[in-house]
Design a protein around this ligand. Structure first.
Ligand code: SF4
Length: 333
C-alpha cells in the first residue's frame, strides 16, 4: 500500500529525517500518486518551515561571453543566443537595483556574474557593492553572490565585506554532469560549495531539471546537497533557449516538475526550497501547486537572460495560495 508508505515517510520527514535513496525511488516512481505526494510535501513544509514564502531577486551584474560550455546556458560564448553581453555593471547600478528590490519587498538579493570565476578586479568591485548595499538596505536584506568557482580566501574576502550567502549550483548528479559541461568538473563545483561553507557563508546550491537526467540523477543530486549540508536549494526548470545545445530538448510537464519539488522536500525537509528559472513556463496555471509540493521561496523578477514574473504578481500568487510573505532577516538554517 504505497499511500501508507508515503505517509510513514512524511511522518519521519516532519521529525526532520529526510528519506533515503530507496525511499526516494519509491516517491519518484509513477506508482506513487502525485496528489498524495503533494499533500504530504506541503505538510512537511508547514511543519518544518512554516506557511511563509520568501522572495529573492537577482541582478545579472556581468553577462555573457563565458568561456565555459554549459549546454543549457545562453551566456556561453560557444552559443549564438540573444543574451545580453556586458562587463561588470557599475557599483552604483548594482546598489540601485538592490534598493529597488528591497523597496518592492524582496529580502534576499543576489549579484550574479557570468564566467568560470570572477576576476580579482570584479571581486573588489563586488565587495564594494556588497558594503554599499548593507549600508543602504540594512540587515533586512540578505546579500548573496554567484560568481563561479571561487577559492576559500576569495570567499572569506567577500564575507568580510558583508556577503551573507554564496550561490553555486551543483546542477545535476556527478555522473550526468559531463553530459552538460566539459570545460570544468562537478568536483570543482562541489569544492566551491565546500569553500563557501568553510568561509562561514550560507550556501545556496541546487539544480537544473529537464536536461535529460534520470530520476536516479535527481536523487543523487539531492543526496549530494544533503551531504554538503546545503540548506538553501534553488530548483530551476530548463528553458529551451534557441542557440543552446539543449534548445531542442522536450519540456518537462507540470506533473514531473511538481514531483521533483516534492521529492526534494521529502529528501531535504529543513531546506529552503526556492523555485527559480522556468517555473512560470513549465508550471503555468499550476504554480500554486508548487507550495503544496513543498516550495518555500521564489526567485522573483527577471532571471539572468529570460523574463520572469514581476514582484506584485508573485506576492498575489503567494497570498492567494494561502501563504504569507517571509520577512525573516536571514536564511533559515
Ligand atoms: S552556467 Fe555559468 S559557467 Fe556555465 S556557461 Fe553559463 S555563465 Fe558560464
Amino acid at each position: 500500500m504505497i499511500e501508507r508508505d508515503v505517509e510513514i515517510m512524511a511522518m519521519c520527514c516532519m521529525d526532520g529525517h529526510g528519506v533515503n535513496r530507496s525511499e526516494a525511488q519509491l516517491l519518484a516512481s509513477p506508482e506513487c500518486p502525485l496528489d498524495w505526494l503533494l499533500a504530504w510535501g506541503g505538510r512537511i513544509r508547514n511543519t518544518r518551515i512554516g506557511k511563509s514564502v520568501r522572495l529573492c531577486s537577482i541582478v545579472n551584474a556581468r553577462s555573457g561571453n563565458c568561456s565555459e560550455d554549459c549546454a543549457f546556458c545562453a551566456q556561453s560564448a560557444r552559443h549564438r543566443t540573444s543574451a545580453p553581453i556586458h562587463s561588470l555593471l557599475p557599483i552604483g547600478k548594482i546598489v540601485e537595483t538592490a534598493k529597488y528590490a528591497a523597496a518592492l519587498g524582496t529580502t534576499c538579493f543576489g549579484i550574479v556574474s557570468s564566467g568560470r570565476r570572477a576576476t580579482p578586479a570584479d571581486l573588489v568591485s563586488i565587495a564594494m557593492a556588497v558594503e554599499a548595499i548593507r549600508n543602504e538596505c540594512g540587515s533586512k536584506m540578505t546579500i548573496g553572490a554567484s560568481l563561479g568557482c571561487l577559492d576559500y580566501s576569495e570567499l572569506c574576502y567577500l564575507k568580510n565585506a558583508g556577503l551573507g550567502h554564496y550561490n553555486h549550483n551543483l546542477e545535476t548528479s556527478e555522473s550526468f554532469y559531463p553530459r552538460i559541461c566539459t570545460t570544468h568538473t562537478w568536483e570543482e563545483r562541489r569544492r566551491t560549495v565546500e569553500n563557501a561553507r568553510s568561509a562561514g557563508l550560507q550556501v545556496c546550491s541546487g539544480g537544473l531539471f529537464g536536461l535529460g537526467e534520470s530520476w536516479e540523477d535527481r536523487i543523487s543530486l539531492a543526496l549530494s546537497l544533503r551531504d554538503l549540508k546545503v540548506t538553501n536549494v534553488p530548483i530551476n526548470f530548463l528553458m529551451r533557449i534557441p542557440g543552446t545545445v539543449t534548445a531542442q530538448r522536450p519540456s518537462l510537464n507540470p506533473d514531473e516538475a511538481l514531483r521533483i519539488i516534492a521529492l526534494f522536500r521529502f529528501m531535504l525537509p529543513d531546506a529552503t526550497i526556492r523555485i527559480c528559472g522556468g517555473r512560470a513556463a513549465i508550471l503555468g496555471e499550476r504554480q500554486p501547486d508548487m507550495f503544496a509540493a513543498g516550495a518555500s521561496a521564489l526567485l522573483t523578477g527577471n532571471y539572468l537572460t529570460t523574463p520572469g514574473v514581476d514582484v506584485e504578481t508573485d506576492k498575489r500568487l503567494i497570498t492567494d495560495s494561502g501563504f504569507g510573505l517571509d520577512n525573516c532577516e536571514i536564511f533559515k538554517q
